[in-house]
Each structure stands twice: as structure tokens, then as C-alpha cells.
Ligand binder design. Structure first.
Ligand code: S0N
Length: 287
């Protein structure tokens, strides 16, 4: 039964009545909003939602908006239609040095998108509605959670088509499925069903395609009821173990944010402005 009550489910968990509102217009993606949830949709179904540099630039912009907007608590990443979540880099624009943008410059700006998702202080949920292949597979790997439709197909294709991601797409993948399986996924470039992906710990939940958005939104609604700071710190901590000094920096940054919210930190600033010595003795020294 719905964890938030039948009435809530009736009013809010029905795809037909969910009114997504556009937050900004783009060429290659959609950015929409519904009750504190933002949805980023790669909107290139003709090429199975493959991304070109412009698509990625737009996604980076959308994720930056989601980070800044205080009314966004959770972000969904998905693809348009029922065939593909994302089929990776657009092979039509691959040229000398990588994926060529409109001014002729080769770009791998998808790595900047990975970093945005990784450091986003809010949960990011991949809603996988079909093929998640190549760089499209990496995108879901980088997200915090993955809810997939039963027609979803997962796999890496790089060593078959002339690319690879030895970054998050390999090392973080291995954290999900283990080293042996990650090597199998990359070395063989096989495709895996949604059920196989769930069995190997690559996705959190598989549902029928018709229920995919309902289920994903329900997960988002549950997270929206949790403490945002607690979720943020959990994400930072889980990342920090794997991300070295950069991970510690992100975790430490949020510790500083919390310190700034404490009277103890405010006393230091007040004392400076009042030209007196700070009285830190008044604050408890917890065991
Ligand atoms: C997805 C597949 C398996 C679907 O097969 P199916 O059902 O037979 O459909 P198709 O007829 O093949 O496809 C339907 C239409 O969509 C076009 N299309 C599909 N994928 C792409 C694509 N990636 N680019 C351009 N067009 C695509 C088809 O051409 C077809 O259109 P029409 O009908 O007009 O011919 C199958 O389509 C498939 O295997 N797709 C290619 C998957 C792939 O190899 N992707 C690229 C992998 N490489 C990358 O993503 C680059 C990664 C990268 O650069 C990177 C590097 C370092 C660090 C990180 C990354 C990163 O991106 O993460």
C-alpha cells in the first residue's frame, strides 16, 4: 500500500493528473517541475536520446538550476519516449578528437555533467525507460538511485564502437556490481535485461513501463518527506569514501554549512564585529 496514505496516492500518484510545468525551454532536453520534483528529460527520441555536446551543455544548465532552486528537493533524469533512456554519445557528431560541437570543437563535456550529478546536494533518480547504453548507461550509474521499466536494457558498448569511460563509468560501476561483473560488462559489451540488472544490484527497482513514472514519483515523494540535510550528508559520506580529497571537501563543506548555522560559529562573527573577545566557553564540549 502507498506509504503516504491512500488519499495522497489517489491525488498525486496518477500519471494522467500529474501536471509537469516547464521550468525553462531548451532545444535538446526538457526541464519540468511538479511538487518539489524536477524532471530532466533528454528529448532526442529519433536517435534514442543520444547526446551531442549541446544536449550535455543544456543538461548541465538544467542541473545547475535544480541545485540553486530551493523548491527543488529531488531530481529525476529520464529519456523521452518508451524506447530509450539514453544511447550515449551521438555517433553522428563524433569526429576527430571526440564529439564535435556546433563551432567545430571536440568536447567530452559529459564528464562535467557526471560531476554535477555526483556533487548535487539533493537525490538524483534515473528513471530508465528503455535502452541505457554506452554513455547513457554511465548516466544512470552516476545517479543516486535507478528505477527501471521492465523493457529497459543495460550495457556498455565503448570497446565495440571506439570509446570507453574509465572514470565513474567503470570504478563506480564496480562499486555497484563488483569488479568481476564490471569487467564483464565492459570487456564483452553484452546487453542485460532489467531483471538481470536488478539481480546484480545495478538498479533499485523494476516496474512495468506503464507504472514507471508513478513509482519513481512515489520514491521521490518519500524522499521529500525525509530531512534534506540528512539525505545530503548521507550522499556526501557515501561519496567521500570513494572520491578522495574531493569527496572530503564536499563533506567538509557541508560540515561548515552546519557550523555556520550554530550559535557557536555566530559568536565568533559577532565578537569580531563588536570588537571583543569571543566567549566560546559557553558552548558545550560533547563527549
Ligand atoms: C541502443 C541500441 C542497442 C538500440 O538498437 P535498436 O533497437 O536496433 O535500434 P537502432 O535501429 O540501432 O536505433 C534506432 C535509431 O537511433 C539511432 N541511434 C541509436 N543510438 C545512437 C547513437 N548513440 N548515436 C546516434 N544515433 C543513434 C540509430 O541510428 C537509429 O536511427 P535510424 O533509424 O535513423 O538509423 C543501438 O541503437 C545502439 O547500439 N546504439 C549505439 C550505442 C552506442 O554505442 N553509443 C555510443 C557509446 N559511446 C558513448 O556513449 C561515448 C562515451 C564517451 O564518450 C565517454 C568517454 C569518456 C568518459 C565518459 C563518456 C560518457 O559518455 O559517459
Amino acid at each position: 500500500s502507498p506509504p503516504l496514505g491512500d488519499e495522497w496516492a489517489l491525488n498525486n500518484n496518477n500519471m494522467a493528473t500529474r501536471a509537469w510545468v516547464s521550468m525553462k525551454e531548451y532545444e535538446d532536453i526538457k526541464l519540468e517541475f511538479f511538487e518539489n520534483i524536477a524532471k530532466v528529460t533528454i528529448n532526442r527520441p529519433r536517435v534514442y536520446n543520444a547526446f551531442r555536446p549541446k544536449t550535455v551543455t543544456e543538461m548541465i544548465d538544467a542541473f545547475d538550476i535544480c541545485r540553486e532552486r530551493a523548491d527543488v528537493g529531488v531530481i529525476i533524469l529520464t529519456g523521452e519516449g518508451d524506447k530509450a533512456f539514453c544511447s550515449g554519445g551521438d555517433q553522428n557528431v563524433k569526429g576527430h578528437g571526440g564529439y564535435i560541437d556546433e563551432s567545430g570543437v571536440p568536447r567530452l563535456n559529459v564528464l562535467d555533467l557526471h560531476k554535477r550529478i555526483r556533487t548535487m546536494p539533493k537525490p538524483v533518480v534515473a528513471m530508465v525507460n528503455g535502452y541505457a547504453i554506452g554513455g547513457g548507461h554511465v548516466l544512470h550509474v552516476v545517479c543516486d538511485l535507478t528505477v527501471a521499466s521492465d523493457n529497459a536494457i543495460f550495457g556498455q558498448s565503448g570497446p565495440k564502437v571506439g570509446s570507453f569511460d574509465a572514470g565513474f563509468g567503470s570504478s563506480y560501476l564496480a562499486r555497484h556490481v563488483g569488479q568481476k561483473k564490471a569487467r564483464e560488462i565492459w570487456f564483452l559489451c553484452k546487453q542485460y535485461s532489467a531483471q538481470e540488472a536488478e539481480d546484480m544490484g545495478l538498479v533499485n527497482k523494476v516496474v512495468p513501463l506503464a507504472q514507471l513514472e508513478d513509482e519513481t514519483v512515489e520514491w521521490c515523494k518519500i524522499m521529500l518527506q525525509r530531512s534534506p540535510m540528512a539525505l545530503r550528508m548521507i550522499k556526501r559520506g557515501l561519496n567521500a569514501e570513494l572520491d578522495g580529497q574531493t569527496g572530503i571537501m564536499e563533506l567538509a563543506g557541508d560540515a561548515t554549512l552546519m557550523f555556520y548555522l550554530m550559535e557557536e560559529a555566530q559568536e565568533g562573527r559577532k565578537a569580531f564585529l563588536e570588537k571583543r573577545d569571543p566567549d566560546f566557553k559557553q558552548f558545550p564540549k560533547f563527549p
